[in-house]
Design a protein around this ligand. Structure first.
Ligand code: PLP
Length: 387
């Protein structure tokens, strides 16, 4: 079996061409030329396997699709203009009026907003604690069609038992979809544990340089083809060839970056965990024994996104802390080269935080590629200024 590093770095060696570029061409075209109308009819009847129009397929994007499918041990991958484009396409394709979605109570906010919006189309959603696997069966209704989750979750970074969830879903003929962005395809492969579809936001680790937005869905030929035919083609969230090319460039260093970040995040957590100005750290590395066991089963390394609660309810201290950070920047998203901090509290959303079980002093921290000791020193000096 090919190693993941080899898949990420493999050059497309089409020796039928006069030259083979090490870095693939960016096929920057909207549409493709055919010598005869018969040729056009032949390809347009099977658009998913041919090049007709870049809203459907594109050679540069296809290189990345093949690599991501291999990395996830899936049959097929389809790229999208963003992670949300991918998630919306799944919902649009797999759900019908009258269906019910079981969603983990801890997923990315925009995905929750999508599920709530689907009510308009007669799709209902219950957000539940999927960590309590013994209760999952009781949440399933006759019309439950999809179980959707992240593992680890957004905000508290708790791992779920993929094999158990998938077994319950299969017994009830329900699709399972995981957003696997946190661990990347390098550290977790949910399809191996029976999950039907994996979603990645390419905007995070795969792109890796904070310079593109993209998404991917990986699964069986049948499911991905169905999503291509409906969610991809009709919603039209097609990735641009240039963004696919940037993501391919990011992918070459993904295993090396993930290896570094796995070590870096543990170093940073070890460096701040005994500071009494930090009330809690949320990351599987410092999770309880259940989380440790789930890490052992499902992860071959740690993503570097975590969260902390400061030991204060004072919003000024929270503000002073994030404003005093020098190496760690304030900003959304994560997975790039730069360390980031993002408080959950915006001054007016206490109720929403309480609903999600988050403290007002909850801060999402992303450990980037700066030296881990510099990140620790930065956090410490900002704590000194805030407290
Ligand atoms: N999934 C997770 C866990 C995310 O954090 C995000 C974005 O922040 C997304 C999905 C959405 O991806 P995108 O921003 O590429 O639409």
């Amino acid at each position: 079996m090919k190693k993941k590093e080899d898949i990420c770095c493999e050059i497309v060696k089409d020796t039928s061409k006069k030259y083979v570029p090490m870095s693939p061409e960016i096929v920057q075209t909207s549409s493709f030329y055919y010598p005869t109308y018969d040729d056009f009819i032949a390809v347009s009847e099977d658009e998913k396997n041919n090049y007709v129009y870049t809203r459907g397929t594109n050679p540069t994007s296809e290189i990345l699709e093949k690599k991501l499918a291999q990395l996830e041990n899936g049959e097929k991958c389809k790229l999208f203009a963003s992670g949300m484009g991918a998630i919306s396409a799944i919902f649009f394709t797999l759900l019908r009026h009258g269906d019910h979605v079981l969603m983990a109570n801890t997923v990315y906010g925009e995905t929750v907003a999508l599920a709530k919006y689907m009510e308009k189309f007669g799709v209902t959603c219950d957000r539940v604690d999927l960590a309590a696997t013994e209760d999952i069966a009781s949440h399933i209704k006759d019309n439950t069609r999809l179980i959707y989750f992240e593992s680890p979750s957004s905000q508290k970074f708790e791992l779920l038992d993929l094999a158990v969830i998938s077994a319950i879903a299969k017994a009830n003929h329900i699709y399972t979809v995981i957003d696997g962005t946190w661990a990347s395809p390098i550290f977790q492969n949910p399809l191996n544990h029976g999950i039907d579809l994996v979603v990645h936001s390419l905007s995070k680790y795969i792109g890796g340089h904070s310079d593109l937005v993209g998404g991917a869905v990986i699964g069986s030929n049948d499911l991905v083809d169905e999503i291509f035919a409906h969610g991809h083609q009709s919603l039209g969230a097609a990735i641009s060839p240039f963004n696919s090319w940037l993501a391919l460039r990011g992918l070459r260093t993904l295993p090396v970056r993930m290896k570094h970040l796995d070590e870096a995040v543990r170093t940073v957590i070890d460096g701040i965990k005994d500071d009494d100005r930090i009330a809690a750290i949320f990351h599987p590395y410092c999770g309880n024994s259940t989380q440790q066991a789930l890490s052992q089963t499902y992860l071959s390394g740690y993503g570097s996104l975590l969260a902390i609660d400061l030991a204060t309810e004072d919003f000024d201290k929270l503000l002073n802390f994030v404003n005093a950070l020098e190496i760690v920047s304030i900003g959304v998203s994560w997975g790039g080269f730069e360390s980031l901090a993002l408080p959950a509290f915006k001054g007016n959303n206490s109720e929403k935080l309480a609903e999600r079980g988050l403290s007002p002093s909850h801060i999402r921290l992303y450990v980037g590629l700066e030296h881990p000791e510099s990140i620790i020193s930065d956090i410490k000096q900002a704590l000194d200024k805030a407290f």
